[in-house]
Design a protein around this ligand. Structure first.
Ligand code: SAJ
Length: 426
């Protein structure tokens, strides 16, 4: 039995850091490799560079158990190398540079018997067409001298119900032996089911399909919001009604657009690869277009709201929320950023507040943001916003109107207190 107890994780971000903690908790020797010296430094001092209370606690307890470095030499010690580097999209094009660079680094130190797993989100064919040739430039052969496969990450930042160890996984390697080694490893760290698939391409397709599924369904309700705004139908009530069907329906909710490092770009990995194979995903592209067009729709809602309160000029406007989803500090591809730049581009002066993104807020408290605001725009429905933004709070702070882009406030009581209210699709 070849020893498989030293893991090297390349990329200590939203995916690699929780994985490193989990492997350390399960008794593996864990090496972390990251280009960012600050991340290396913090990790070695048991400090999380990501704001997440669970991760911060774990890292503190595991101080010294994860040896982080920016020197790829450490790869030589590893039995298993797990690549968790970003796979972003630049516009609508996948950007595999970080993955290619990481693969070149692995190739330089590749050892016989090593198992290399890509966890980053990639398009079907990436392992065989991109990673494998780079690793085999070492002279070692995949499936014989080393093992190579894919186990897509499924981290859901901030989700306490599904921490990494509770999330089922799919995996496949290029060889049966590699798949068995990978399966044994993941079974040893994950408490949920490890699903072995027949091909690496299937494993690659699973991740982009599950996230594209979300993108098209969000686009569906975003388009409904625009149509129901015109027809004066309350979409939230319609979604609630449709959700009473115990089968065949799954609720999604309209909003200011799709942010984050997964849903906003994973569809492009599928669209782009299919296009290279000669298939045009018109529907998936349209869904992306609808979601990317939501910030613009929001700006039209803001302009209509200002007209409704006859404050087209010099209105006091509060924008609440910068992160892409509630209760996280991540602003990557956040629609809030696009909305703010468009509103400021129209000369509007904004008071911006997000308790999770204080460094980009321009006021210090929620009260300071909303005090005597003609218009309060709720962009990210952080739990503390939903709790604080009651009808009394809004009224007593002299708010003229609320534009609730997440349909998450109590519309009825706000209107009854004499504060104007608009939602999105309600
Ligand atoms: N959004 C809507 N309406 C919805 C759901 C989401 O507008 O009904 C928006 C969110 O506000 C956000 C964006 O879409 O801006 C993405 O939201 P998300 O809930 O999909 O959250 P993410 O981007 O963190 O997605 C992650 C994904 N996890 C991985 O890729 C490993 C996704 O697969 C998970 O399903 C998702 O978390 C989740 O369920 O929370």
């Amino acid at each position: 039995m070849i020893k498989m107890n030293t893991i090297c994780i390349i990329g200590l971000g939203y995916v690699g850091l929780p994985l490193a903690c989990l492997c350390a908790e399960k008794g593996y020797n864990v090496l972390g490799l990251d280009l960012d010296k600050d991340i290396v430094e913090k990790t070695n001092h048991g400090i999380s560079h990501i704001k997440d209370d669970v991760l911060e606690k774990k890292l503190g307890k595991l101080k010294g158990k994860i040896i982080a470095s920016d020197n790829p030499d450490c790869l030589k010690e590893a039995d298993i190398v797990i690549v968790c580097v970003p796979t972003p999209a630049i516009g609508s094009k996948p950007d595999l540079n970080p993955l290619e660079n990481a693969s070149k680094t692995v190739a330089k130190f590749l050892q016989k018997g090593q198992l290399v797993i890509i966890e980053s989100t990639i398009y079907p064919g990436t392992v065989e067409e991109i990673v494998k040739p780079i690793l085999e430039s070492s002279g070692l052969k995949a499936g014989e001298d080393f093992f190579l496969g894919h186990c897509p990450e499924r981290i859901d930042p901030g989700n306490k119900e599904f921490p990494i160890e509770k999330i089922p996984r799919v995996l496949a390697c290029l060889s049966v032996e590699g798949t068995e080694k990978a399966r044994k490893f993941y079974v040893s760290i994950i408490d949920a089911k490890i699903n072995v698939l027949k091909s690496v391409k299937s494993a690659e397709a699973v991740k982009v399909v599950e996230n594209t599924f979300r993108d098209v369904n969000i686009a569906f309700v975003n388009e409904l919001a625009k149509s129901f705004d015109k027809m004066g139908i309350d979409l939230t009530e319609v979604i609630k009604g449709a959700s009473t069907k115990p089968f065949g329906y799954m609720p999604f909710y309209p909003g200011p657009g799709v942010g984050g490092h997964c849903i906003a770009q994973d569809p492009y990995y599928l669209i782009d690869r299919a296009e290279k194979a000669g298939f045009e995903h018109k529907f998936l592209r349209l869904a992306r277009k609808i979601n990317e067009g939501m910030p613009e729709y929001v700006v039209s809602l803001v302009e209509n709201a200002l007209k409704a309160i006859s404050k087209v000029e010099n209105a006091n406007i509060a924008v609440l929320g910068l992160s892409y989803k509630p209760d996280v500090d991540d602003i990557r591809q956040s629609p809030a950023i696009k909305i703010i730049s468009m509103l400021e581009g129209k000369g509007m002066k904004l008071r911006i507040f997000d308790p999770f993104v204080k460094e980009k807020s321009n006021v210090k408290t929620l009260k300071e943001a909303v005090k005597n605001a003609d218009l309060v725009i709720l962009v990210t429905h952080h739990s503390e916003f939903i709790k604080s933004l009651t009808a009394d709070f809004l009224k007593s702070n002299g708010v003229g109107m609320v534009l609730d882009l997440r349909n998450s406030l109590d519309k009825q009581s706000i209107i009854e207190r004499g504060v104007l209210y608009n939602g999105i699709g309600r």
